[in-house]
Design a protein around this ligand. Structure first.
Ligand SMILES: Nc1ncnc2c1ncn2[C@@H]1O[C@H](COP(=O)(O)OP(=O)(O)OP(=O)(O)O)[C@@H](O)[C@H]1O
Ligand SMILES: [Mg+2]
Length: 221
């Protein structure tokens, strides 16, 4: 047990004094942790809490032996990177969108990736090189999801929080994305992913998979 990334008793109330969740889990380097539960149970909520986009009522997250609150929020969000269920694209080309994070102060130490490298990366996600000059707002749902994933990989996070990364994809494209993620996990030590997926077959593709079930509880009275 290397205690790479773990969360303990993260508690969130959907309504004050009402329905709530309390969730614990851990993921080791190179592995994937899946969050499972019915629609509306709080899977996306947990991912948003882990990314520090939402504050829990209680609980703690530890990354490499250090409590989450000892990290500045921006540093945390770069290391522990959340990819939302609905991909977000900004006005401009796909290339503009992929380069966007490199204009941010938090990433000023990272060189902007070259176009050839990006062509290789989008190809691995099953996208043609011509997509780089396409208006990002005209992409299909599945194309947007893949561009958003490529953008997240470029930031080189330590833990990727993926909210239904293959929801918009057909089987063939889904497999490409699984391979892309598996390769990403193996490329470098000390990387892990926490993901939500409704597709069981999607999860079987990942080595060392562990599952956390999310079950909301109602408070009496
Ligand atoms: N901003 C919000 N304001 C109020 N309620 C919210 C908000 N965001 C989420 N909820 C509620 O919190 C609950 C959990 O939502 P969440 O998105 O985490 O579920 P989920 O497990 O990801 O569901 P799905 O599988 O449908 O994506 C739902 O009942 C939802 O309606
Ligand atoms: Mg969700």
């Amino acid at each position: 047990m290397t205690n790479f990334f773990s969360f303990d008793n993260l508690t969130y109330y959907f309504e004050p004094g009402g329905r709530s969740i309390q969730v614990s889990g851990a993921v080791e380097p190179g592995n994937v942790l899946a969050l499972q539960g019915p629609s509306g149970s709080g899977k996306s909520t947990i991912l948003r809490i882990l990314a520090r986009l939402l504050e829990p009522a209680g609980g703690e997250v530890v990354f490499r032996g250090q409590g989450w609150l000892s990290f500045p929020p921006l540093t945390w969000r770069r290391r522990i990177h959340y990819l939302p269920q609905k991909p977000v694209m900004f006005a401009g080309t796909v290339l503009d969108n992929l380069w966007l994070p490199f204009g941010l102060a938090a990433l000023s130490d990272m060189p902007k990736p070259g176009r050839d490298y990006l062509e290789g990366l989008v190809a691995a996600a099953g996208l043609p090189p011509s997509i780089l000059t396409q208006d990002a707002l005209t992409l299909s749902g599945g194309e947007m999801a893949r561009v958003a994933l490529v953008r997240a990989l470029l930031v080189e996070p330590d833990v990727l929080l993926l909210d239904e990364p293959t929801a918009f994809l057909d089987e063939g494209t889904e497999r490409l994305v699984q391979t892309l993620l598996c390769n990403w996990l193996q490329e470098k030590k000390e990387r892990a992913a926490i993901l939500v997926s409704h597709k069981d077959e999607d999860l079987q593709a990942f080595p060392g998979l562990r599952v956390v079930n999310i079950t909301p509880s109602e408070r009496e009275g």
